[in-house]
Design a protein around this ligand. Structure first.
Ligand code: BGC
Length: 850
């Protein structure tokens, strides 16, 4: 066979390069072409040595780059959660984050990072809320695509996910999102469209189905959205990858715009697709287009032809992570008379809360990476104030499930676990003795049908111990001679997709101990056959030691608070609440944390309350606390970042990228539970804060809110200039007629005692009455700018507002339209703290009127 030489993937525009790669594809045997379209493994594609194509390697995303190993031995830098990156409102920092991801990717041998996630925070209970950037489409697009740019400038592909209307987790592999064309264009598609604008090299098709008014179909086979819209209309030249194990249809997905089925090697394509091509049901041209897209991706990441782009230089990931986490911290309340950053170094610190003991540094699910270390709040505060006496108090457990049994700490001198493998007839295939146990057996050979496990743990503490084995699939669990759970069911890939495999509860039993003694735990498990995720057994062995009880722990914490001169209470969510795979059922903090805060505040009114959560939780005590910080899932440098903020070493410049509700009943979209299989996007374009604005509902903290450590004055709007389109600008405010982008200049002054960083936010308001009968949001984010200003100084800040920010998608025209009239421009510190206003006249009617 003669192989033509590969076209220049990078030099040529993507479209031209695709044409060349299509020709190259045609020169390959059809078997090779089709094989390339399904992964070789969970994280790798096939190689084609005859073309010089090596295997492309992919990995999750989006809080770091996990790598291709499934166990905790492969460590990676753990970054703050995406919502925290968005809370900086700083595209430059997002680009830096992407660049750091590229370094991580290269060091793990990864070519494609499965990030960023550009879905929206449509409901605060959404399980992957923390993985998304914002409830606002524009902010999501600006920050999320910064990550894309940072990655790709260093020759590592972003895989933008999950296309599209995949904004909640309940029944995530089956629900139909029903979204009208205008809502899709203006809200949910907007960040993805921006990603195409910055040249994203791959997209992930989501699990869900979509009814967009034209076609109802699963997103791995949605011809209207993948082919007509994404590839043809928007000109996407990259690869559309299926979400993991999402593709079930053969021909429909091949004809519907999907390019790559992951994971492999099994899947609905392979021989079945080959047959369909041979029978003429799928044209070869479709296959060639998919192959060409994969070859173009390969050339972009250096897996085919030239070496990849060199990595752009980046500083140490640790430093970036620490500064991101500190800067992203949102000051929700601050003590005006005695700001915490201005206090003398503390002599006695009381650190309180379950999340102070075990900070929750990342959300659950596929985004998990395994950091080599996590700096706890205690370590961070001790490093900052080495002379202080620091005590840590849990103040009651917040987890419903017992922690994992620490087999090393309960050693009996024997191996941690004995594993007996059995075939379907119950015959022994082999026995292994393992020195430690992380709760998983993975990649079991097909002939293994069941395993039996035996653990022996020494229980030292007198009293009642709780033990359990959390598992999925058929099992039998015997603890201390008692059979406590039995089930003969089978399980498959669904337990991975709904995340139930990640944190299984088990049936708890109480074992009473008077004298230290050994307890035997035996369990038998049916192997879970999880498709591309392999054959696995899950056994989370849980153990809670006898404890004083929550009442006593809270009382101890309050006593410690009274005796300290710096009290820091860290409340938050945990792996039982925020995770991929399910949506939350409540916005309340788990356990008795609200009571803990109230009792500490009764004793010490200036205690600092820190919220360690990704998505909104209700803070019923917010108005009585003097200092409240929202610290996100901060990543591996959690403790250092917290100490930097408390000591004022860093300006806590975070601004909420979503609305913090005051009451559960105020939430515009309180859940996304499908009804008759459908999630209907009735809220239309009024997502997040837009609904609060329309209905004049007071949130606990508004979209964009964050006080920082200094004070700001918004002095004046200095000018409104048209960027292009021929309008005449330069005036003070109203009366300007424009057709293109608009620049708004504003003067702000840092009136506080400290140097600071402000996020100048610009909101737009539609002309009154709204032209046409389109229902526009009360106000929406039009632009923003981040500015560093020294104490006492003023700065002129320009906020660019792109023409698209004014436009509507007019379903009658099937196109964007710019309704004419006078648009309000409001500038301020949040959508509820607007300090300055002006107006701009847009559109031809406005010219005639003028
Ligand atoms: C998630 C994706 C992820 C993939 C691979 C899926 O379950 O939805 O976000 O990239 O798994 O881990």
């Amino acid at each position: 066979m003669t192989i033509q030489s590969a076209p220049a993937g990078l030099g040529a525009s993507g479209r031209e390069a695709l044409d060349g790669y299509r020709d190259l594809a045609r020169s390959l045997p059809i078997e090779d072409r089709v094989r390339l379209l399904t992964g070789r493994t969970m994280w790798e594609l096939h190689a084609l040595p005859q073309l010089g194509l090596r295997a492309i390697v992919v990995s999750d995303g989006p809080v770091g780059v996990r790598g291709t190993g499934e166990d905790a031995d492969e460590t990676s830098a753990l970054f703050p959660t995406p919502s925290a990156i968005a809370a900086t409102w700083d595209r430059r920092l997002a680009i830096e984050t992407g660049r750091a991801f590229a370094h991580e990717a290269r060091s793990h041998g990864v070519d494609v990072v499965l990030a960023p996630q550009l879905n929206l925070q449509r409901t605060p209970v959404g399980g992957r809320h923390f993985e998304c950037y914002s409830e606002d489409p524009f902010l999501t697009g600006e920050i999320g695509t910064g990550v894309v740019e940072g990655l790709q400038r260093s020759g590592v592909a972003a895989c933008v996910k999950h296309f599209i209307a995949n904004d909640s987790e309940t029944d995530r592999t089956s629900y139909i999102s029903e979204v009208d064309a205008r809502t899709l264009r203006e809200v949910y598609l907007a960040p993805f469209e921006r990603a195409i604008g910055v040249g994203a090299w791959s997209f992930m098709a989501a699990y869900n189905r979509v009814d967009d008014g034209v076609e109802t179909g699963t997103m791995t086979a949605h011809r209207h959205l993948l082919v007509d819209l994404l590839k043809h209309e928007l000109g996407f030249d990259g690869v559309v990858v299926s979400d993991w194990a999402a593709t079930r249809l053969t021909e429909e997905s091949a004809l519907g715009g999907l390019d790559l089925v992951m994971p492999g090697p099994r899947g609905p394509w392979g021989d079945r697709l080959l047959d369909a091509v041979r029978a003429g049901r799928v044209p070869e041209g479709e296959i060639d287009d998919k192959v060409a897209r994969i070859l173009l991706l390969a050339s972009r990441v250096g897996a085919l032809g030239a070496a990849p782009l060199p990595l752009e230089p980046a500083g140490a990931a640790r430093d970036l992570i620490r500064s991101l986490a500190a800067r992203a911290t949102v000051v929700l309340r601050r003590d005006e008379r005695d700001p915490v950053w201005d206090r003398p170094a503390p002599a006695r610190i009381a650190l309180i809360g379950a999340n102070a003991v075990r900070p929750h540094v990342l959300g659950g699910g596929s985004s998990t990476v395994h950091p080599a270390h996590v700096v706890t709040p205690a370590e961070g505060l001790a490093a900052r104030w080495p002379d202080a006496e620091l005590t840590v108090h849990r103040g009651g457990d917040t987890r419903a499930l017992a922690p994992l049994l620490d087999l090393a700490g309960r050693s009996t001198g024997r191996p941690a676990v004995r594993v007996r493998r059995l075939d379907a007839a119950g015959r022994e295939l082999g026995v292994d003795e393992l020195a430690d146990w992380d709760g998983w057996l993975r990649d079991l050979p097909d002939e293994v049908d069941a395993v039996e496990l035996e653990f022996v743990a020494r229980l030292h503490e007198p009293g009642d111990h709780t033990l359990a084995v959390g598992t999925v699939a058929g099992h039998r669990v015997e603890i201390d001679g008692r059979v406590v759970a039995e089930d003969d069911g089978r399980a498959g890939v669904e337990v991975v997709l709904d995340s139930s495999v990640n944190n299984p509860a088990g049936v708890p039993v109480v074992v009473h101990v008077d004298e230290p003694r050994d307890v035997v735990i035996r369990s038998a498990h049916r192997v879970t056959r999880a498709g591309g995720y392999g054959n696995l057994v899950r056994a989370a062995v849980r153990h809670a030691v006898p404890g004083p009880g929550a009442e006593r722990e809270i009382a101890d914490a309050v006593a410690a608070a009274r005796a300290a001169d710096l009290v820091v209470v860290v409340v938050g969510t945990n792996e039982e609440s925020e995770s991929e795979g399910w949506d939350r059922e409540t916005l309340a903090l788990p356990g008795r944390q609200d009571e803990l805060v109230e009792r500490v505040l009764d004793a010490v009114p200036d205690a600092v309350i820190v919220v360690n959560a990704g998505a909104p939780v209700l803070l019923p005590w917010l108005d009585r606390a003097r200092t409240v910080l929202w610290a996100w899932f901060p990543g591996q440098e959690a403790g250092h970042a917290l100490a930097d903020v408390l000591a004022g070493a860093v300006e806590a410049s975070g601004r909420l990228p979503w609305t913090l509700p005051a009451r559960a009943e105020d939430v515009p979209v309180p859940d996304a539970v499908p009804v008759d299989g459908r999630v209907v996007y009735r809220d239309g374009v009024h997502v997040g804060y837009r609904a609060y604005e329309r209905d004049a509902i007071e949130p606990a903290a508004a979209f964009g809110a964050g006080l920082g450590w200094t004070d700001w004055r918004y002095d004046a709007v200095l000018g409104v200039e048209t960027h292009d389109g021929g309008g005449h600008g330069g005036g003070h405010g109203g009366g300007v007629v424009v057709e293109g982008d608009v620049d708004v200049d504003v003067l702000v002054t840092n009136t506080g005692q400290r140097d600071g960083r402000e996020v100048v936010q610009l909101y737009l308001e539609a002309p009154h009455p709204v032209p046409g009968d389109l229902d526009r949001p009360a106000r929406w984010l039009g632009g923003f700018a981040v500015v560093d200003v020294a104490a006492g100084e003023s700065r002129r800040v320009t906020v660019r507002v792109a023409r698209r920010r004014f436009e509507v998608w007019d379903p009658r025209l099937d196109d964007w339209a710019l309704p004419a009239g006078s648009y309000g421009i409001r500038l301020g510190r949040s959508v509820r703290d607007l300090r300055l206003g002006t107006a701009v006249r847009l559109g031809l009617d406005a010219v005639e009127e003028g």
